[in-house]
Write a protein that binds this ligand. Structure first.
Ligand code: HMG
Ligand code: MG
Length: 285
């Protein structure tokens, strides 16, 4: 049977959007449950400015307090060197830089132009390479931007090539506001695949428009075999208006299993984690 990996991003991409501060011990309990589900990679932390994303301010404590499972890599976002140093101190197994394919979102999310964000990532890439830490690269707004409208596929391809050349081992393609369709995802992938092979790509599709599974299906056709998802369908992005709702891990798992793909995940543990995740966010709008 053919394999697909789900990269769990709920504790980071999911929880970062929650307005009520979630206690560190509750985040740790969620990660510990996810660690039993069979993931190879779980994004648990984000070393960004606590003024920008207060929910992630305890990222170091989360990484220090989780019970690490053998064979699982615990990942963290690191937009600059301050973030990378904090991630190293907390023993993140891998880190991620994150850029935008659109200028409007780059400004809103990173407070700088796309080109400047790449300049900020350069020392992160260098220091991570010296420390032997793998770096993933995210691209936001790969088809649509809440500020600039439709994103031209060549812009995504160019940025993907740049991130790869800088040393990112995988490029995660984000439909940040969940507005993509199988057609727009396919057009974007055709352009990106001219620069980066499918085995170095991941799909990161938010489900705001209810199209995430269809977009995963379209991406499978192009050879993409890694998909980001958030248990319980948590989250969104605090700097992308209307970006609520990552595609739910358990829904992706069920759908893939139904189509005959193997994810290596334990459905019962996933259900427990989804219940935990939803409990953490009860009462949120
Ligand atoms: P800035 O204000 O331009 O940068 O923010 P700065 O260097 O002038 O720093 C401002 C303050 O932040 C300073 O503190 C720094 O020390 C501090 P002050 O002097 O004011 O007290 N600072 C930091 N503190 C902790 N950790 C750090 C750090 N860096 C600076 N790493 C910055 C630039 C990048 C910091 C800011 O814009 C920021 O934190 N942005 C992050 C926004 C964010 O986290 N967004 C959500 C994640 S991305 C996402 O969700 C999309 C994704 O899921 C894919 C998709 O769906 O598309 C990945
Ligand atoms: Mg996201």
């Amino acid at each position: 049977m053919s394999k697909v990996e789900i990269f769990e991003v709920g504790p980071r991409d999911g929880l970062q959007n929650e307005k009520r501060f979630i206690a560190t011990q509750d985040k740790v309990a969620l990660v510990d449950c996810l660690s039993r589900a069979g993931f190879r990679r779980i994004e648990v932390a984000s070393f960004v400015s606590p003024k920008w994303v207060p929910q992630m301010a305890d990222s170091g404590d989360v990484l220090r307090q989780i019970t690490r499972a053998a064979g699982v890599r615990y990942a963290a976002l690191t937009p600059n060197l301050i973030g990378l140093e904090a991630a190293r101190a907390a023993r993140a197994d891998e880190v991620a830089v994150f850029a935008s394919a659109s200028e409007g979102f780059s400004r809103a999310n990173l407070n700088c132009a796309i080109e400047e964000s790449l300049q900020r990532f350069a020392p992160v890439m260098q220091a991570a390479a010296q420390a032997g830490i793998p770096v993933r690269g995210y691209i936001s707004c790969v088809t649509d931007c809440p500020f600039d409208g439709a994103t031209p596929p060549p812009a995504v391809a160019r940025l993907a090539a740049q991130l790869r050349a800088m040393g990112c081992y995988e490029i995660s393609l984000g439909d940040t506001i969940g507005r993509a369709s199988p057609d727009s995802i396919s057009a974007m992938l055709r352009a990106v695949l001219e620069e980066v092979p499918a085995d170095q790509l991941a799909g990161h599709y938010h489900d705001t428009g209810g199209m995430a599974l269809a977009n995963i299906e379209a991406s499978l056709e192009y050879g993409v075999r890694v998909f980001d998802a958030a248990v319980g369908g948590l989250g969104g992005c605090p700097y992308a208006p209307g970006a609520s709702g990552n595609v739910a891990t358990e829904a992706v798992h069920e759908w893939l299993a139904g189509m005959g793909w193997q994810t290596g995940l334990d459905r019962d543990v996933l259900a427990q984690a989804a219940q935990l995740a939803r409990g953490l966010c009860e009462g949120e709008g």
